[in-house]
Ligand binder design. Structure first.
Ligand SMILES: Nc1ncnc2c1ncn2[C@@H]1O[C@H](COP(=O)(O)OP(=O)(O)OP(=O)(O)O)[C@@H](O)[C@H]1O
Ligand SMILES: [Mg+2]
Length: 207
């Protein structure tokens, strides 16, 4: 059986550790450390549900499957990394930074403008496909460089916490729930990273 813990650690959350696949560096596995498997199981079933609905994974890591082993459970997915042609071939492939890591260094006004544009694009995507990102926050969203600019990808927190997932099936309820969650996300973003206030996000959504 594969010993994932011998793979390179690319990130650690409160519950899971994310390891890079040494053979295909664009893939990673997330292994649950404690006996708290609920989040991962919920995520797996939610990803399968999205795939079944034909939702494009534009702002989500591609889902490759479930991993089960003695006493642990895991998820295999795309390792979100920067897509810059000049960096191709560098080894190992680095994971894109989380919003927290990205905002840990001073950003120019242009970069903040691009950031808000990316935030608005993410919101439009989540609402368009009625995707519930109940756990969205600055550690669970990564900032990916692409040839056409930055893109936000939700790497954790995409699931539904409701026992009876009403919002999943009724679009307007899902939308209301998402709007509430989104407000909280933006509230903390502006407090934790004052530099984002360099640019008015609303101006960017109209641009
Ligand atoms: N698909 C991915 N691509 C790139 N980096 C990732 C990916 N998945 C996870 N990471 C990195 O690993 C860290 C931990 O992963 P994840 O957020 O899934 O763990 P968690 O324990 O569920 O987090 P939380 O503390 O939010 O509960 C992330 O913050 C991120 O830095
Ligand atoms: Mg996380």
């Amino acid at each position: 059986m594969t010993d994932y813990t011998s793979w390179r650690v690319i990130g650690e959350g409160t519950e899971r550790t994310c390891y890079q696949n040494p053979v295909d560096q664009t893939r990673c596995v997330k292994i649950i450390r404690k006996s708290r498997v609920k989040q991962t199981l919920r995520e797996i079933s939610y990803f399968r549900y999205l795939i079944g609905r034909g939702v494009p994974f534009d702002h989500l890591p591609k889902f490759y499957g479930e991993i089960k082993g003695g006493g642990f459970i895991g998820i295999e997915q795309e390792l979100v990394h920067d897509l810059l042609p000049d960096k191709r071939g560098t080894s190992p492939i680095q994971a894109s930074p989380t919003i927290r890591q990205y905002m840990a260094v001073p950003r120019s006004k242009e970069e903040i403008r691009a950031f808000w544009k990316a935030v608005n694009e993410l919101k439009a995507y989540l609402l368009r496909y009625n995707i519930l990102a109940g756990g969205i926050d600055e550690n669970n969203v990564v900032v990916q460089q692409t040839p056409s600019g930055i893109k936000l990808v939700v790497i954790d927190g995409v699931y539904d916490t409701e026992w009876i997932p009403v919002s999943k099936y009724f679009k307007f309820l899902g939308r209301r729930k998402m709007e509430r969650r989104w407000k909280r996300f933006l509230y903390w973003l502006k407090i934790d990273f004052p530099q984002v206030n360099l640019v008015d996000p609303l101006a960017e959504s109209q641009a």
